[in-house]
Design a protein around this ligand. Structure first.
Ligand code: UVW
Length: 319
């Protein structure tokens, strides 16, 4: 007999919400936890001056990892020396030549922040905003307030792949907050309240080594899996931001209920946890494994796209 999949709102009906916690006009959710004290706590994690950039390459000639149905970013030259050689380049007194290009991209098609209103259930976005405010561009809970504010705090990396002795977790492989805590203990680091939680699965790092058809077959990523206890843990820990090296920051389909992406609702929409997706974490993870320092200053600011449901970002980790 076929399993009936509940509505996400039904699955999550008793789960906590941070709507109105920061007032009826709030659009940045968990970023409210990142006070000046939290910025300074992040700064105190800097001990060596090592810098890591966490964005994947964008417009890679072999394609970029995207959620099925989205198109990969495409960059194209508009002006280059070829145009000048053809006698068509723009001419200026003094003879300067220049290069120009354009890019077609999904705002969720690279390393990016999701706006808190990016997903919703039952016609209500984060903080109770009406889903009609998404029409023609998001007028509420868009990526712009996240971008205007910036995200700076203490980051902690949990390397689930390394913890399980794998280069990359398997498609559909799940883990929960207890697994994160076990991995943290094995790494010798503590996940502290208000940390930016960065989780490595190895998935995005494997994209350019994998057969493309195999990567997208029955598309199911590894990742965090929903349970009321996991949501309660995020709520109690007041996690402002979850960053992972997967396209969607959670296992694609909840293996118990069959609901697709329930944590997008339970964490992002209900609690206001900001999501950084499609991060490149392999170099940072290799370095953390070598020097045993798993915490760092995390700093990021998505692009200020007016009305955007998300925006590309190149987060920085400083150890
Ligand atoms: C979807 O919106 C489906 O996913 P993501 O948040 O990963 O962009």
């Amino acid at each position: 007999m076929e399993k009936t999949v509940p509505a996400a709102s039904e699955l999550l009906k008793d789960q906590p919400k941070n709507w109105n916690r920061w007032g009826p006009e709030d659009e940045v959710g968990g970023l409210n936890f990142l006070t000046r004290q939290e910025v300074l706590r992040g700064v105190r994690a800097v001990t060596q001056g090592k810098v890591f950039t966490l964005q994947i390459q964008m417009g890679h000639p072999d394609g970029d990892p995207v959620w099925p149905g989205r198109k990969e970013s495409q960059r194209a030259n508009v002006v280059d020396e070829g145009l000048y050689l053809a006698g068509k380049g723009p001419q200026f007194p003094g003879g300067l030549h220049y290069a120009d290009d354009v890019m077609f991209l999904y705002l969720q098609g690279s390393t990016q922040y999701d706006a808190l209103g990016h997903v919703w259930c039952d016609g209500k976005l984060y903080n109770g905003y009406d889903a009609k405010t998404t029409m023609g561009g998001m007028s509420k809970a868009s990526v712009l307030p996240l971008a205007e504010r910036g995200i700076v705090g203490r980051g902690v990396l949990i390397d689930m792949a390394r913890h399980r002795g794998k280069a990359v977790l398997d498609p559909g492989e799940t883990f929960n907050h207890e697994d994160l805590l076990a991995a943290a203990a094995a790494q010798g680091v503590t996940i502290e309240k208000h940390d930016v939680l960065v989780v490595r699965t190895g998935w995005i790092g494997s994209f350019h080594h994998r057969d493309r058809t195999e990567f997208y077959r029955n598309f199911v990523e590894p990742g965090l899996t929903y349970s009321p206890a996991l949501v309660e843990w995020f709520h109690a820990m007041e996690i402002p931001n979850l960053a992972t090296d997967t396209i969607a920051n959670e296992v694609t389909v909840d293996p118990i209920s069959g609901v697709v992406l329930p944590l997008h609702v339970a964490l992002m929409s209900n609690l206001g946890v900001t999501f950084t997706e499609i991060c490149s974490l392999d170099a940072l993870a290799a370095d953390c494994a070598e020097d045993s320092q798993w915490s760092f200053l995390y700093a990021a600011a998505p692009l200020k796209v007016v009305g955007g449901s998300g925006a590309p970002v190149n987060p920085i980790a400083v150890k």
